[in-house]
Design a protein around this ligand. Structure first.
Ligand SMILES: NC(=O)C1=CN([C@@H]2O[C@H](COP(=O)(O)OP(=O)(O)OC[C@H]3O[C@@H](n4cnc5c(N)ncnc54)[C@H](OP(=O)(O)O)[C@@H]3O)[C@@H](O)[C@H]2O)C=CC1
Ligand SMILES: CC[C@](O)(C(C)=O)C(=O)O
Ligand SMILES: [Mg+2]
Ligand SMILES: [Mg+2]
Length: 493
C-alpha cells in the first residue's frame, strides 16, 4: 500500500485539501432517517467507540459492538465498556455479516489489520465508517469497490463527544465520502445521519475530504491541542517550583487554569480570553505571546511540512513496527514528571485569579492557537477547518487535563495524537530554554497587577487590541460561533 495523498497529482492534492463547506442546519432536517432501522456495528469500544455509541443509541439507532474474540473471552475493558452499558457484543463473525454500517473505531495503527479482517465478512453494498482518515490517506488502504467509505470525525476527545451531547450541544464534526468508494452515491446522506446521531450537527459540520481531515487533524493535535498544552503546562509548573511557589498551589493553578482560561476562548475567541486581563496585564501577555510565536513558528512549520510530505506518518509507522518503543518511553516519562506527581493543593483559587496569576499560560495559548491556525491556512487548509482544529478544540482538550492532568489527556486522545504530542514537546522545550530563563513569578504564580497602578499607554493598548481582534481566527470564529446557539458554559473549578 502506498501513501494515497502522495500518489495524487498536485491538482488533485490541492483539490482534496481545499474541500471545506460549512453545512447549513437545514441540511440535517432529515435527522437520523438515512440510518434508521439499519444495523450499525462498531468495531472497538474505547475512547470514541463507547461515547459515539452511547450518543447514537440515545438518538434512536441500533448499535452493537464487534470485538476481538480474545477481548470478549478475557473480559477486557472494551468488553466491560460495552456490556456494562447494555450493548449487544459479539465477534466479527457474529456481527459483521449483517451490518449495514461498520464503524471502525480501533486505534489507527490497527486499521490495516482490522479492515483486512472485517472486509471479507461485510455484506455487498455495506458502508465502512472511520473517524479519522489516516488509514485511507497515509496508508492507502484499498477497500472493496462495492463498499461505501465515509468519515465522520468529531473534532474532540471521545469523553467530550459524550459530555457535550449530554449538555444538549455537540462537537464540531468533519464529514467526508472517499471519492474512490461511493458506488451508490449514498455516502453523504449516511454521513449526515450519523453526524446527527452523535450530536455534531448542533455545533457545526464541515463537508470535508479524508485528505483535508487528516492533514489538519494531525497538525492540531501535535501542536496547540496536545503538544503545546503539554509543554506549556510542564514549563509553567516547573518555573513556579524553581521560584518557590507552594507546589500544591502551582499544581492547581496549571491543572485547572488551562480549563478556566480556555473556557473564555471557546465562548469568545482570543479576544475574550485576553479581555479577561487588566489592560496592563493584557499588554504583557501580548508581548510574551508575540515572542513565543517568533520562537515557535519554525517548529509549527516543520510539523505541518512533515505531515504534508508523509514524513511524519512514515516515522510514526516505523515506531509501530518497533513495538511502539518511542511512544511507550515517552508515555512512561510523562507519568513521572513533577507536575503529574504533585496533587492539586486544597487551596481556593478564584476564577479571575486563574487569569491574573497565569499570564504566561494565556500567552502560550494565544501563541499556540494563532500559530496553528496560521500554519494550517498557509498550507492550504481552509480557515473554518483550521478554526475547529485549533481554537474550538483547545478547551475540550483542557477539560481532560482538569480531570487528571496530562496523563489523562494522553490516555483519552488517540495513540496517533499522543505520539505527535510527545514529538512536539521534545522539540519545543529546548527551543524555549532561553525564553523560560527570563520568566519570573510576576507572570506565573503571582498576581501580575500587584504593586502596579494599572497605567498604560493608550496607543499601545489600542494597537494590541487591533492586532488581536483583526486576526483571521477571530473573524472566522465569530461567524462559526453564530451557529453554536446551543453551546453551554462549563462550570469550572
Ligand atoms: N481518542 C479520541 O478522542 C479520538 C480518536 N479519533 C479516532 O478514532 C479512532 C479510534 O481511536 P480511539 O477511540 O482513541 O481508540 P482507543 O485506543 O480508545 O480504542 C481502542 C479500542 O480498539 C480495540 N482494539 C485495539 N486493538 C485492536 C485490534 N488489533 N483489533 C481490534 N480491535 C482493537 C480495543 O479493544 P480490545 O483491545 O479490548 O480488543 C478498544 O476497544 C482512531 O481512528 C482515532 O484516530 C478521532 C477523534 C478523537
Ligand atoms: C486532539 C487529538 C485528536 O485528534 C482528537 C481528540 O481530536 C485525537 O486523535 O485524539
Ligand atoms: Mg482530532
Ligand atoms: Mg486525531
Amino acid at each position: 500500500m502506498a501513501n494515497y495523498f502522495n500518489t495524487l497529482p498536485l491538482r488533485e492534492k490541492l483539490n482534496q485539501l481545499g474541500v471545506c463547506e460549512f453545512m447549513d442546519s437545514a441540511e440535517f432536517s432529515d435527522g437520523v432517517e438515512a440510518l434508521k432501522g439499519k444495523k450499525l456495528v462498531i468495531v472497538g469500544c474505547g475512547a470514541q467507540g463507547l461515547n459515539q455509541g452511547l450518543n447514537l443509541r440515545d438518538s434512536g439507532l441500533d448499535i452493537s459492538y464487534a470485538l476481538r474474540k480474545e477481548a470478549i473471552e478475557s473480559k477486557r475493558d472494551s468488553w466491560k465498556n460495552a456490556t456494562e452499558n447494555n450493548f449487544r457484543v459479539g465477534t466479527y463473525e457474529e456481527l459483521i455479516p449483517s451490518a449495514d454500517l461498520v464503524v471502525n473505531l480501533t486505534p489507527d495503527k490497527q486499521h490495516t489489520s482490522v479492515v483486512n479482517a472485517v472486509m471479507p465478512l461485510m455484506k455487498q453494498g455495506a458502508t465502512l465508517l472511520y473517524s479519522h482518515g489516516f488509514n485511507i490517506v497515509e496508508e492507502g488502504m484499498q477497500v472493496r469497490k462495492d463498499i461505501t467509505v465515509i468519515m465522520v470525525a468529531p473534532k474532540c476527545p471521545g469523553s467530550e463527544v459524550r459530555a457535550e451531547y449530554a449538555r444538549g450541544f455537540g462537537v464540531p464534526t468533519l464529514i467526508a465520502v472517499h471519492p474512490e468508494n461511493d458506488p451508490e452515491g449514498k455516502g453523504l446522506e449516511q454521513a449526515k445521519a450519523y453526524c446527527v446521531g452523535t450530536g455534531g450537527h448542533r455545533a457545526g459540520v464541515l463537508r470535508s475530504s479524508f485528505v483535508a481531515e487528516v492533514k489538519s487533524d494531525l497538525m492540531g493535535e501535535q501542536t496547540i491541542l496536545c503538544g503545546l498544552l503539554q509543554t506549556g503546562s510542564i514549563l509553567s509548573f516547573d518555573k513556579m517550583i524553581e521560584k518557590g511557589i507552594e507546589p500544591g498551589y502551582a499544581s492547581k493553578l496549571v491543572q485547572y487554569g488551562v480549563e478556566v482560561i480556555t473556557e473564555a476562548l471557546k465562548q469568545g475567541g482570543i479576544t475574550a480570553m485576553m479581555d479577561r486581563l487588566s489592560n496592563v496585564a493584557k499588554i504583557k501577555a501580548f508581548e510574551l505571546s508575540e515572542e513565543l510565536k517568533t520562537i515557535m513558528r519554525p517548529l509549527f512549520q516543520k510539523h505541518q511540512d512533515d505531515i504534508m510530505s508523509g514524513e511524519f506518518s512514515r516515522t510514526m509507522m516505523e515506531d509501530w513496527a518497533n513495538g511502539d518503543e518511542k511512544l511507550l518511553t515517552w508515555r512512561a516519562a510523562t507519568g513521572e514528571t513533577a507536575f503529574e506527581k504533585t496533587p492539586a493543593g486544597d487551596v481556593k483559587i478564584g476564577e479571575q485569579e486563574y487569569f491574573d496569576n497565569a499570564l504566561l499560560m494565556v500567552a502560550f495559548i494565544r501563541a499556540g492557537v494563532e500559530l496553528a491556525f496560521e500554519t494550517m491556512v498557509e498550507a492550504g487548509i481552509k480557515p473554518e477547518s483550521a478554526y475547529y482544529e485549533s481554537l474550538h478544540e483547545t478547551p475540550l482538550i483542557a477539560n481532560t487535563i482538569a480531570r487528571k492532568k496530562l496523563f489523562e489527556m494522553n490516555r483519552v486522545i488517540s495513540d496517533t495524537a499522543e505520539y505527535g504530542c510527545y514529538l512536539f514537546d521534545h522539540a519545543c522545550k529546548p527551543l524555549l530554554a532561553d525564553f523560560m530563563a527570563r520568566i519570573d513569578t510576576d507572570v506565573i504564580g503571582r498576581n501580575f497587577n500587584e504593586g502596579k497602578d494599572g497605567a498604560v499607554d493608550n496607543r499601545a493598548l489600542i494597537s494590541v487590541n487591533e492586532v488581536i481582534r483583526n486576526h483571521q481566527v477571530e473573524q472566522v470564529g465569530a461567524e462559526l460561533r453564530k451557529a453554536m446557539t446551543a453551546m453551554k458554559a462549563i462550570k469550572t473549578a
